[in-house]
Design a binder for this molecule. Structure first.
Ligand code: DAH
Length: 343
């Protein structure tokens, strides 16, 4: 094939090859094939050397023209490919579906116990009470002895106790031991509430678990009577259930650390004539209380001839069940997010 034909075939070939290149990679291969240092056009240029001056004059400009055509075609293709890529990216962006469902972020909520504790604390703080804390692992002395429950007292049977491997140590069965710590350390008169966990070694069911929440309350001063207890219990329950028309009544109850001891009932906050919560009675048993037994005061160095006081022991778990309408207390301790998320 003479050079003239070679030039025209190469031209036709390169136009076709560049046209067919639709990716950056294919275009680069085409560039190397025709415009590369060892490419087809360079080879034709090389063959020019062997020609006569006359022929050089004629084919030189034709080869330069071919190179120019190759370069322009290459540049046009390059721009076209870049544009197509840009359009593709834009099309993808345009089809971004804002309504597509994605994973919901996990939202955290406070545990119902945290809500009830904070709420009860606020109610008592508004009445001038101080919030105190005590250890969950206690000694026999604080949990029983100092509360007028000596070793042989039958009342110990009320408390199914988790004893620890350490002699005389146990998991507190109620928050009452915090009373003893308060009486030992506080200046008189004082008023405290002590919310916290308590432990009982018993079979679990919808209303019993091995751990639950209580709060102890204790007010010690001069001339403290049942009237103070009555008014405090009523005001506290009105605050806790956020209702003014709650009334209370007291029935006799026995606890070794109080004399007299009472069980406090409140009028049902959910109905007027009986419902499932109050079991159609319009009354709900809420918590036990009483006036501090002289033995208890004496044991912690307080003279019962001068001082008196009242104490109460709320089952906070029970209050939370009533307030939030929960019928199985094990749900509180289950870690079930579906349940806990509602608070
Ligand atoms: N500590 C008692 C219990 O867990 C509850 C209690 C009853 C506490 C009467 C008191 C009280 O302060 O006066 O069974």
């Amino acid at each position: 094939m003479n050079l003239k034909d070679q030039i025209s075939t190469t031209k036709a070939q390169l136009l076709k090859t560049f046209e067919a290149a639709t990716t950056e990679h294919a275009l680069e291969e085409a560039r190397i094939q025709f415009l590369g240092r060892n490419g087809q056009i360079a080879a034709l240029m090389e063959s020019l050397k062997t020609l006569s001056l006359e022929e050089k004059k004629s084919f030189g400009p034709q080869l330069n023209e071919l190179k120019k055509v190759a370069e322009t075609t290459y540049n046009e293709r390059k721009a076209a490919i870049a544009k197509a890529q840009e359009q593709q990216a834009f099309a993808k962006f345009q089809h971004f579906d804002v309504t597509a469902s994605t994973y919901q972020p996990l939202k955290s909520t406070l545990h119902p116990y945290t809500h009830i504790v904070e709420h009860v604390e606020n109610v008592f703080m508004s009445m001038g009470y101080e919030i105190v804390d005590g250890p969950e692992a206690e000694t026999d002395y604080y949990n029983f002895e100092a509360l007028n429950i000596p070793a042989d007292h039958p009342a110990r049977d009320m408390y199914d106790t988790f004893w620890l491997d350490v002699p005389n140590m146990l998991m507190r069965t109620h928050t009452s031991p915090v009373e003893v710590h308060a009486m030992e350390t506080k200046e008189l008169p004082f008023a405290v509430v002590a919310p916290g966990r308590v432990y009982r070694h018993e079979a679990t069911d919808a209303s019993h678990d091995i751990m639950f929440l209580q709060t102890e309350g204790l007010f010690i001063g001069k001339n403290i009577s049942m009237a103070h207890l009555f008014a405090t219990a009523k005001a506290a329950l009105q605050g806790i259930f956020e209702k003014k028309d709650i009334n209370i009544r007291m029935r006799p109850g026995f606890f070794p650390f109080v004399e007299p001891g009472v069980e406090i009932d409140m009028t049902c906050p959910f109905c007027k004539h009986g419902c499932s919560v109050c079991k159609k009675t319009t009354w709900i048993e809420v918590f036990p209380a009483g006036l501090c037994h002289p033995n208890v005061l004496k044991c912690s160095g307080i003279d019962p001839e001068i001082y008196s006081g009242f104490a109460f022991g709320f089952g906070l778990t029970r209050l939370a069940m009533i307030k939030y309408g929960i019928n199985d207390l094990r749900l509180f301790h289950s870690g079930k997010l579906q349940f806990l998320d509602q608070f």
